[in-house]
Every structure is written in C-alpha cells, then in structure tokens.
Write a protein that binds this ligand. Structure first.
Ligand SMILES: [Zn+2]
Length: 88
C-alpha cells in the first residue's frame, strides 16, 4: 500500500496508521506493547471499527497484522471478563 516511510518515530498512528516499508512500524505491528498508550488506544479503537466493518480499514498491511493481534486480544479479554479472572 503506502510507499511512504519517512515519518517520525514514535509514530502517530491516529491519522495514518502503521506504515508499510518501515522496519519500526513492522516491529510495532508484531509487538503491540512497543506502542505508547496513545497509539495503542488509537489502534484498539480502529480495530473495533475494523471488526464491525472490514471494508473501512486497515490503512496498511502492517496495520492489518496489528489489528489481527488486537482482535485476538479483544476476544480473549472478553473470555477473561466472563471468567472473572481479569487481573486487579
Ligand atoms: Zn514507521
């Protein structure tokens, strides 16, 4: 998708998403906890939109990798909630 890779890090993915062709964005996609809280929050919110309407997102291949991970975690978080085993 996007060929741009001259962007600042830490990235602000709220607008543009994780970019393809950027080694650090690839690392962030594969290791979600490497993102700061603001970017993580944006990614989780966009993943929820993506889960409801998969035609709107992702904004890049790297974002798709990240969203698939977030989706798994969201599903697992619901299981933990149901089992009342969310850490306090
Ligand atoms: Zn990047």
């Amino acid at each position: 998708m996007s060929a741009a890779h001259n962007h600042n890090h830490p990235p602000c993915i709220r607008e543009d998403g994780l970019q393809d062709g950027c080694r650090r964005c690839t690392q962030h996609a594969e290791n979600l906890l490497s993102l700061d809280d603001d970017n993580l929050h944006a990614l989780i919110e966009r993943t929820r939109l993506w889960m409801a309407d998969k035609g709107r997102y992702p904004l890049s291949d790297n974002e798709l990798i990240a969203m698939r991970l977030v989706e798994k975690h969201l599903v697992f978080a619901r299981v933990m909630e149901r089992l009342d085993t969310v850490a306090v």
